[in-house]
Structure formats: structure tokens, C-alpha cells
Write a protein of this length. Structure first.
Length: 100
């Protein structure tokens, strides 16, 4: 399950990088053919990359929520829950030992 999460994360990062590189290439081509000024192309690229990153982040967050739901459905303990229980046990052990 953790492997799926890592793959999802890397997919999102890879997509963001690919989108950014593609937009930059398109912007450079528009400038070189005279269809856009450098400043217009830069602004367009920035806007498109920003929108793409927002969309990727949205998809990523939805993926995380789905993974958390699957964990909950299968009653899988999360690291946060495990660490809370571990702390609780240590506190109880400490209290027990000091009461002796």
C-alpha cells in the first residue's frame, strides 16, 4: 500500500515536471515564431504551470484521501495511530514503575 502511495507521489511530481518543460518549449516556440512576446510567453507559461500544479495537487490530495479510506476500511493502523499507542504504553509503563 505504501508502494502505491510512493508511486502516486512520483507520478504527480513527474507530471508537474513534464508539464513545466512542455509549456516552456511551447512558449519559446511562440516567441521564436513571433506569435508572442517574451513577456507574454513567460506569463502564459507561468499561468499554465500554476494551473497544472494546482490540478496535480488536487488529484494527489484525492489519492491520499482514497488511500486513507482503504486503510480505514481494512482497519490498518496508521503510523500516527501506532506512535500514539506506543507513547501511551510507555506512559503507562512509567506510571506503573513509579507506583511500585
Amino acid at each position: 500500500m505504501l508502494n502505491l502511495f510512493k508511486k502516486t507521489l512520483f507520478l504527480g511530481l513527474g507530471t508537474a515536471i513534464l508539464v513545466e518543460e512542455t509549456v516552456e518549449k511551447i512558449a519559446k516556440k511562440l516567441v521564436s515564431t513571433g506569435k508572442s512576446t517574451t513577456e507574454e510567453a513567460r506569463k502564459m507559461a507561468k499561468d499554465l504551470v500554476g494551473e497544472a500544479k494546482k490540478e496535480i495537487e488536487s488529484v494527489h490530495q484525492k489519492g491520499i484521501k482514497q488511500i486513507e479510506k482503504v486503510f480505514a476500511d481494512f482497519h490498518v493502523t496508521t503510523r500516527k495511530e501506532y506512535e500514539a499507542l506506543e507513547k501511551r504504553v510507555k506512559d503507562l509503563e512509567k506510571a506503573y514503575m513509579s507506583s511500585k
